[in-house]
Design a protein around this ligand. Structure first.
Ligand SMILES: Nc1ncnc2c1ncn2[C@@H]1O[C@H](COP(=O)(O)OP(=O)(O)OP(=O)(O)O)[C@@H](O)[C@H]1O
Ligand SMILES: [Mg+2]
Length: 426
């Protein structure tokens, strides 16, 4: 008779039975220029600042010596500004005192404090160091990192899901780079970009002369990946008629090249989707059996608004990458507060684009202020297509050689403006 693990049962039931959070169950996730770390919150104030006398010392020259305090109360976490120089922001508002709820981000200087229930930390699977190539040390990303590191060692298919711009491709690459297949190829295929009639031959290859236009034999992505990883991006776009073949490949059957011989699949499959693939199954555009084979393991990349603490580090990362074009630019605390408060439907990609537009708007500058961020956040209004090199030159003259001002007047990004300016008049 199997033994009953009473202790495990008890653990199970007691986890299920936790009815609500007690005041001591809050924690704060701090992210400053030194990295990310967590502290428990209690009902006595925890003081944040750059001074050694503070309970939590921050490494950020834009934070005051004693900047703000956080304590747990009946309505959530009470945030109090301690007469700081650059202010304390909750959401978009500069506050003297406020109540922050679950997931709320408090911006101080160029750092953030995110309040979370401590239960999240006890999540099964734990947390790990951030993934290579992915910026951001928030608890949610560290948890994702622990999962990815675990799955990287295995061979079963993984389905990476998440909104557009969350970093799914980087996660897929980390699954490859952190596993035993790292010495083998990583072959990314964007299914949405493949012409419908070529999907099968791109994936599985074709013999020379198999169809009109097949002038050379092609191995196909699966064969090219060999013992590496094949990354099928936008898997939801895989045409229904190509799905059975992928299904057979995943079931371990040999897969035939178009008009040719068969070969076995050795590569690991990682697929990504920004649409809910299960909805495609319900709508009949994606085979249920294929869906279940792809989703042996599911990795969800959280949207940026669920990890607002990472925004400062990501912004620093992108500003650094833009240095060759715009020089060294720092974010003003109020600008960071604006970025942290925004909801980012386009996620990390949108953050990068907004910073680009903000810099373009403000250049030349050393400090990016909230007004420039606001301009970057505004949807790019109609980009002019009638801008000729001659018109561009006359705008530069009118703006006394100031390229940024001329580009602004023409309503095109500075980089585009420069290209038009450099083009020869027809
Ligand atoms: N954590 C991160 N650190 C640094 N850069 C990131 C991070 N996440 C995303 N990026 C960058 O943001 C951009 C979008 O990321 P990626 O292409 O991986 O998104 P995606 O989830 O595949 O989006 P889509 O569904 O639109 O294809 C890329 O330029 C990527 O390098
Ligand atoms: Mg992608």
């Amino acid at each position: 008779m199997p033994l009953i693990d009473h202790e495990a049962r008890e653990r199970e039931t007691s986890t299920l039975e936790i009815p609500f959070l007690t005041p001591n169950d809050w924690m704060v996730e701090v992210q400053d220029e030194d990295g990310a770390r967590c502290y428990p919150l209690t009902d006595s104030p925890l003081v944040f600042g750059t001074s050694l006398q503070c309970d939590v010392r921050l490494f950020d020259p834009t934070v005051s010596q004693r900047h703000c305090s956080l304590e747990v109360g009946p309505g959530g976490v009470r945030v109090a500004d301690l007469h700081s120089r650059n202010g304390t922001f909750v959401g978009n508002a500069r506050i003297r005192e406020a109540w922050a709820g679950e997931g709320a981000a408090v911006s101080i200087g160029r750092s953030s404090l995110v309040c979370r229930p401590q239960l999240e930390l006890l999540h099964e699977g734990g947390v790990a160091d951030p993934l290579p190539g992915l910026v951001g040390g928030s608890v949610v990303m560290r948890r994702l990192s622990a999962l990815v590191r675990r799955l990287a060692r295995l061979s079963a298919p993984v389905l990476v899901s998440g909104e557009t711009g969350t970093g799914k491709e980087l996660v897929a690459h980390a699954l490859h780079a952190l596993g035993p297949r790292v010495e083998h190829p990583f072959v990314p295929i964007n299914v949405a970009a493949l012409p419908r009639e070529l999907v099968e031959s791109e994936l599985f290859g074709h013999e020379r002369g198999a169809f009109t236009g097949a002038v050379r034999k092609r191995l196909g992505a699966f064969a090219e990946a060999a013992y590496g990883t094949i990354f099928l991006d936008e898997i939801g776009e895989l045409p229904l008629d190509a799905q059975p073949k992928l299904l057979r490949a995943l079931d371990g059957y040999d897969v035939r090249r178009v008009g040719g011989s068969a070969g076995a699949l050795h590569a690991r499959l990682v697929a990504a989707t920004h649409v809910a693939l299960f909805d495609c199954v319900e709508q009949g555009t994606f085979r249920r059996d294929l869906f279940h084979r792809l989703e042996v393991f599911a990795v969800r990349v959280p949207p940026l608004r669920e990890r607002r603490g990472d925004i400062a580090a990501l912004a620093r990362h992108f500003l650094k990458r833009m240095e060759p074009e715009y020089g060294r630019v720092a974010l003003a605390p109020s600008a960071l507060a604006r970025l942290v408060a925004y909801d980012w439907p386009g996620n990390v990609r949108e953050l990068r684009n907004v910073l680009y537009r903000a810099l373009d708007h403000a250049a030349p500058t050393r400090v990016l202020h909230a007004a420039a961020v606001e301009a970057g956040l505004a949807r790019p209004s109609e980009v002019r297509t009638d801008l000729t090199p001659a018109l561009a030159r006359s705008l530069v003259l009118r703006h006394e050689g100031n390229l940024s001002a001329a580009a602004r007047a023409a309503n095109v990004p500075r980089t585009t403006f420069r290209k038009i300016l450099a083009a020869r008049a027809p």
